[in-house]
Design a protein around this ligand. Structure first.
Ligand SMILES: [Zn+2]
Length: 286
């Protein structure tokens, strides 16, 4: 079966960084996790989840981030589809010694306050930024994914154009690309507000749209890519779409969860549902 893989965003610029390899190593850091206070009965996937709260900055790109009204702001995109303001990004460019501490602090405040009701709006305005009917359906399914698991976050959903009062705004970006972009919670415990769904998703079915929206909302509440350290789902760390050979389980690390909705790259026939360990991770965090 042909199984095309798509990045959840396509970087347009390369940006060299002098970041210590400490954030890029793929070796397990279980000892560090324990030292940080996560003792107990963590499964391998839970450890992966905690590990994955660190950042891989090596492929960050600076690009225009567009809002539903068409205005833009320069932001960094890390790991393919995670938006970060320049101020937030520069905070992560500290010296290697400071970086580790910064990341740990950052992880802490990059989670949403809980319990919390998160009000979501699917944008239906014009200019190409309104969600299609298919995307609106997919958004409803994605919100159901989150409301059907056992966390202290609850989500409401409406559709319309008055997005200012809402916690998360899901909108279409008419760029012809396939995928989406979101970001991480802010320092006040709020989810990231903006979820972009690229217009190329028009060509994929509702389940695959559900997958991308569920994935991006996962970022909004602090979820990282399950395979952030090697982007195995993208074909072994390539930043280019890799149409062949991306999903070869043999030879891949045993701690990759191929059922995760939070893998960095996705295929054209996703079911849109959480993997078992996605639920474990979310229920662990919230
Ligand atoms: Zn992502």
């Amino acid at each position: 079966m042909k199984y095309a893989k798509f990045l959840l965003a396509l970087p347009v610029l390369c940006f060299a960084l002098f970041i210590s390899s400490c954030v890029q190593e793929s070796d397990p850091i279980q000892e560090d996790v324990v030292e940080e206070g996560f003792q107990g009965e963590l499964s391998a996937d839970q450890i992966d989840m905690v590990e994955s709260l660190d950042y891989n900055l090596e492929d960050a790109v600076l690009q225009d981030f567009v809002y539903p009204d068409g205005t833009t702001e320069k932001q960094y995109i890390i790991e393919g589809d995670i938006a970060m303001t320049i101020e937030e990004f520069e905070k992560l460019q500290a010296s290697p010694e400071e970086l580790e501490a910064t990341i740990r602090q950052y992880r802490t405040y990059n989670l949403c306050d809980a319990p919390q009701t998160i009000n979501v709006i699917g944008y239906t305005g014009g200019g190409g930024y309104g969600l299609t009917n298919k995307m609106q359906t997919a958004l409803g399914w994605a919100i159901n994914n989150y409301n059907n698991i056992n966390t202290s976050l609850s989500f409401t959903l409406t559709y319309g154009t008055n997005f200012n009062p809402y916690d998360i705004v899901v909108y279409r970006v008419p760029n012809g690309q396939v995928g989406g972009v979101a970001g991480f919670p802010d320092s006040n415990g709020n989810p990231y507000k903006w979820v972009q769904i690229f217009s190329g998703m028009d060509n994929y079915n509702t389940n695959t749209n559900e997958h991308v929206i569920t994935h991006e909302i996962g970022h909004c509440v602090g979820m990282r890519h399950t395979d952030w350290w090697n982007r195995a789902s993208c074909g072994g760390g390539s930043e280019s779409a890799n149409p062949d050979g991306a999903v070869h389980v043999s030879g891949t690390p045993t701690n990759i969860d191929w059922n995760s909705v939070m893998l960095a790259c996705f295929g054209s026939n996703e079911d849109g549902e959480f993997g078992f360990y996605d639920k474990v991770a979310l229920e662990y965090l919230y």
